[in-house]
Design a protein. Structure first.
Length: 208
């Protein structure tokens, strides 16, 4: 099959030589000195999907917002922050606690959250983020938290002890869908996940 035929069938530019890798530069967004050392390169690389997991109150949100603050700096690309506040728990005091974070301008910081009129389902949260990823390059997206995502089936039905949540598989599918988009848009997606202890004391997170 010729290059012309391939591009006609699959799209222009899908087959190329690897010379573009010689010119490709990856920018890094710092978080905190110890983490930046552990992550290598000086922080979180653009084009990354980052999972921050831990128990409630362990600093997941503060860590994500510190990354967001640094991403807004000119030397890091003056990036826009889009925060998916799934549980509607984001507080002004939390935002003000991260010194230097600009959350007062919609050009720099936007929040996705449910209202009394519209309770967003897990599918709606993820699909909206996917749409924004495609239209907003070099942005930082924060999902807080993946543990609280509830599917339409779960929200529309009654509360039952035998209901098996399907959001973990849906989130895994979402990550597979958006992985190339995050990379090509030079964005960063941060997913916060709360670890929950079962009756035996064992901590659990999301599983595919």
């Amino acid at each position: 099959m010729s290059l012309k035929e391939i591009e006609k069938k699959y799209g222009k530019g899908v087959l190329m030589d690897a010379s573009f890798l010689l010119e490709e530069e990856r920018n890094y967004i710092p978080v905190a000195y110890p983490l930046d050392i552990a992550l290598k390169g000086g922080g979180v690389s653009e084009g990354s999907i980052v999972l921050i997991s831990g128990k409630e109150g362990s600093g997941k949100t503060t860590t994500a917002l510190t990354l967001a603050k640094n991403a807004q700096k000119k030397e890091c690309g003056s990036r826009k922050i889009i925060y998916s506040d799934i549980e509607c728990r984001l507080k002004r005091s939390t935002l003000e606690g991260v010194q230097g974070l600009d959350f007062t301008s919609t050009e720099k910081f936007q929040v996705i959250r449910s209202t009394l009129d519209t309770i967003l389902t897990g599918e709606q949260h993820l699909n909206l983020i996917m749409d924004l990823l495609k239209s907003t390059p070099k942005a930082v997206f924060i999902i807080d938290s993946a543990s609280a995502l509830a599917s339409a089936l779960e929200l529309e039905g009654e509360v039952r002890p035998d209901f098996r949540a399907n959001m973990p598989k849906m989130l895994a599918s979402f990550c597979r869908h958006i992985a190339p988009i995050v990379l090509l848009q030079k964005s960063v997606l941060v997913i916060l996940q709360r670890l929950i202890a079962d009756s035996s004391g064992k901590t659990m997170g999301l599983q595919e």
